[in-house]
Write a protein that binds this ligand. Structure first.
Ligand code: ZN
Length: 268
């Protein structure tokens, strides 16, 4: 098995999940790939040249930097299933999926989780590798040490979406749509500077980026320990928010909305 973030544009990741010959139920000599959020076809074609045959495409949301390469990939593999949310803005979809559905694609199975907030129809795919490792493809909703901007949803929706993701098994490998970890770490450390796990994660992310390596995937356990957007009910994050706002918070939605607003205006 190979789980590979393929860099695209400035900071996007297109995720490839590949299983090789002799693994799981793959027939001898074959290897197969799943492509998640191909905003650009070229880097995918580069990786798949002489390599595994794609079995399908998963799309988390309609933004062009996540779906822009689909048409070109379909010119190479016209039969490829394209699994997407119910959203007419994704014209290349061959199958639309909704919350609670389970899809079978190649040797893999994924549960669909609707997570509105970044966009109104954003979904996540939660499944396992053939070896049993939990996987979450969550697009632009949960980032390492951060979360997506609210373009179409409300803070209530986004908080609910993040809580659904946060409740998945802690060993789940989180596969986000962008390499934002180091920039997110600067804000997270401003909010939660005494968090030892966060400081360790931030240092590890900077070392990885200095070496030209991705900071992803990351375990959900790490995000639950370090990501302030998953920790709005902890005393440290609440105290930092109230100090920043110079007022008492009303409830969780107020806390989440204010944390998101603080980050929107945060520069280094
Ligand atoms: Zn997006």
């Amino acid at each position: 098995m190979r789980l590979q973030p393929v860099p695209a544009f400035n900071d996007n990741y297109i995720w490839l999940l590949v299983d090789h010959a002799g693994e799981g139920s793959a027939p001898e000599g074959a290897s197969r790939a799943l492509i998640v959020d191909p905003g650009d076809a070229a880097p995918v074609l580069d990786v798949l040249r002489d390599g595994p045959a794609p079995h399908g495409i998963l799309l988390t949301h309609h933004h062009d930097d996540h779906i822009g390469g689909v048409a070109e990939l379909l010119r190479h593999w016209p039969q490829l299933p394209v699994i997407a949310p119910h959203d007419a803005r994704i014209a290349t979809a061959t199958r639309r999926v909704a919350d609670g559905e389970r899809i079978d694609i190649g040797p893999w199975h994924f549960d669909i989780i609707e997570i509105p907030g970044h966009t109104s129809s954003h979904i996540a795919f939660h499944g396992r590798t053939l070896e049993g490792m939990g996987l979450l493809f969550c697009g632009d909703t949960l980032f390492s040490l951060g979360c997506g901007r609210l373009f179409e949803g409300t803070p209530t929706q986004m908080l609910d979406s993040l809580r659904r993701l946060s409740a998945l098994p802690v060993g789940t490998m989180v596969c986000c749509g962008h390499e934002y970890t180091v920039a997110n770490a600067a804000f997270a450390l401003t909010v939660d500077p005494a968090n030892a796990a966060l400081r360790e994660r931030a240092a590890q992310a900077m070392t990885a980026r200095d070496a030209g390596l991705p900071t992803l995937p990351v375990t959900l356990a790490s995000e639950r320990d370090c990501n302030p957007f998953l920790r709005i009910d902890t005393p440290a994050v609440l105290a930092a928010l109230e100090h920043h706002l110079q007022r008492a918070l009303v409830d969780d939605v107020d806390a989440f909305a204010e944390l998101r607003r603080w980050k929107d205006g945060f520069s280094g």
